[in-house]
Design a protein. Sequence first.
Length: 469
Amino acid sequence: MIKFRKIALISFAFLGLFTIASCKKKTEEPVTNIIKEEDDEPNLSSITCKTDNVKKEFYLGETFTCEGLVVYANSIRLKEDNSLESIEEEVKNYSVNLENVDMDTCGVYPVEIIYRKGTKVVKSTYNITVKSTFLVESGVKYAGGLEITYDGEFKKELKLDEEFTFSAAKIKCRVHYFENGKEVEDKNIAYTKVTANAEAVRTDEVGTYVIQYTYEEELTINGQAYNNVVHTYTLVNVTNPVKSIEKTTEGDTTFKASTELLDYSQWKIRIIREVERQTAEVSCTSDLFSITGGVSFIEGETTITIKLIEDPTKYLQIPITITPSDTQDILIQTDLSDQHPEDNGIIYYGDSGKIKSVNATKNEDRVSKGDSYETVVFNQRVTIKGSDSKFVITMDKPGVIVMFAASATDDGAEVTFFNAEGEELATATTPTPKQTEVMLRFEAPTAGEYYFTSSLSLYVHGFVLATNK
């Protein structure tokens, strides 16, 4: 938890004949950057804002900008050892909330960044400083920063409906003084010299609330009296922790084998929180839950694990059954160690004769490395690169080809899918970082041969061929 924050804020008002006017409205409208959102990014947990190249100091009259801001969405992945890792991916379709920013008044303000994925909304903040050139250019010593903690903290954590009564005696204050734009002194001051506004804080609703503070002292510049006003804030975070989750409907736990992802959205999950009035029943979808353990094309009984993304320590384990498909014949070849070499750089895999590589550059034993996708373990990977290096698939009927692949570099790799005539049918991109196994799905509209290439090095771990009955 953050113990304190040093904040440089300057505001002033004339006590004499002069006034200062601003050309900005007090609250900016939210700024939104929008691009097409990917549909295959589950398990959103938080966002990280990289502000190294963002303008954080503004003068009165300037227009707010967040140019240079980079926002990363963090998602949760369940590893083979049942531990969780965070995966970071840059996103553009975030919004910027300036509700607590006053471009009229000098001070330090929180800029709120909001990102939504399905029904999941996550937020983060960074600070900007609005200041004036007047006191900097005056040459006098002035209060330019106010350092505040409330009850020993910058952000106070409360539970929903917890009683909260603001007490000024819990404020600890330190003022930082500047001269010609450089800090020359800092000292503690009594809490009685600071004015606080905690009216925004409420504990009957989950959220983060701002307590605003103001310190004033009088300056004389060229015979004129001025109010040297300094602003800052602390936060109150109100939460309602989850006690447990439970499946509330029977739902269907038997699924037909297919190359589609298993759909658990018909299941209802009750999220039970510490304050029961916020108990919610929601659909079991990947924007709220991390769902692992079930592979749609492997027949038999298995157990899936459903973890709440908000709090991964809350989870369910539910047995399911995969039965044979009524619509497809499914061939699984996820062990590329079963190889049958021929001349001219051609290698067949398995006994079906339907999967072969041409001019593959490398075959690697991966048993000891733990390469996997969900519960599918890969014993071998084959590397292809360039238009002459490819995998060729023979389909007896129309259907679906699933490729398990990973990039050999941190830049990702684009996979291109062709028919026998060399017509490009589709492309897909592997995720980053490198060696992140992914399932890529391609439609084969007719019987015949198809092939895959990649301009960058691509690790291929296996295939699933599903032909229509």
